[in-house]
Ligand binder design. Structure first.
Ligand code: ATR
Length: 259
């Protein structure tokens, strides 16, 4: 019953096991589940605490007894704690992204922010940006859904954005030469956050670096959300220094791979 781990559909490239087993003294299993297996797993409740990833972050909510404020606010759950059969859902993608912004002193208040992508990861990020008081949030996506515009429109009509956040997988290994947009039109740009971490410097982040614009990848957010999840799992407090230590070791490992 003391099982910890991550459920999702495809977990082959996940770093969560490596991260969690550095955060705490437990075994953290990667548990890939088909849709049918997912429903069985959630009904059986044979776990102490789990993380949830694509594509089950919303679907999982129907199995929960309680939602904490963060999960209710975002409308998605990435962390579940099982207390004697009572399941509580949390969203630490929210706090992980907030940690990254604070760590790099990226201010959002009164700024115009362009978000690339409108999938699962984008939802927690949009909630943070709203809560931090962004002046305007523009969301661009390949497929048009309710609030989105195209990447072309974003470049043509919203070149005054001062922060850009990529929440898509465009530019992720092995498609490292792909990029969702060109940064060239954005004259007022001060920071770019790319939630991709493999490679550690995507083509988008290279372009930011070449223009002396602050660029941050998604590794810190990934580790920060894992730390917050681990705190809920074990009902304990872990120092932020743990994030820095794991960040250094994983960055070194990923950079070795890139060569
Ligand atoms: P996540 O939970 O990581 O956000 P997701 O829900 O599958 O994953 O969302 C992936 C995002 O990346 C979406 O915005 C998706 O765009 P679509 O809604 O048009 O599918 C975007 N994305 C993925 N592959 C893409 C590609 N090759 N070109 C452009 N956008 C892409």
């Amino acid at each position: 019953m003391k099982r910890y781990g991550l459920i999702g559909e495809h977990l082959g490239h996940s770093y969560s096991k490596v991260i969690h087993e550095q955060l705490a003294d437990y075994t953290y299993d990667l548990i890939p589940l088909s849709n049918e297996e997912f429903h069985h797993f959630m009904s059986a409740k044979e776990f102490a605490a789990i993380n949830v990833t694509i594509p089950y972050k919303c679907e999982v909510m129907e199995y929960l007894d309680r939602l904490d404020e963060s999960a209710a606010h975002v409308g998605a759950v990435n962390t579940i704690v099982n207390q004697e059969g009572v399941l509580t859902g949390y969203n630490t993608d929210y706090s992980g992204f907030l940690y990254t912004l604070n760590k790099h002193q990226i201010t959002i208040k009164d700024k115009k922010v362009l978000v690339l992508g409108y999938g699962g990861a984008s939802r927690a990020i949009l909630a943070v940006l709203k809560d931090l008081g962004a002046k305007e949030i523009v969301v661009a996506n390949r497929t048009q859904k309710d609030i989105t515009i195209t990447y072309q429109e974003a470049m043509e009509c919203h070149a005054d954005a001062s922060v850009i956040i990529n929440t898509t997988s465009v530019g992720m290994f092995p498609n490292v030469d792909a990029t969702p947009i060109s940064l060239a039109p954005f004259a007022d740009l001060t920071a770019v956050v790319d939630i991709i971490y493999n490679p550690t410097t995507t083509k988008l982040l290279k372009e930011a670096k070449d223009r002396n614009i602050l660029g941050v990848n998604g590794l810190e957010m990934l580790i920060a959300q894992a730390k917050d999840a681990c705190q809920f799992f074990l009902d304990t407090k872990i120092a932020d220094e743990a994030i820095d230590q794991i960040l250094d070791s994983l960055t070194a490992e990923l950079n070795k791979k890139d060569k």
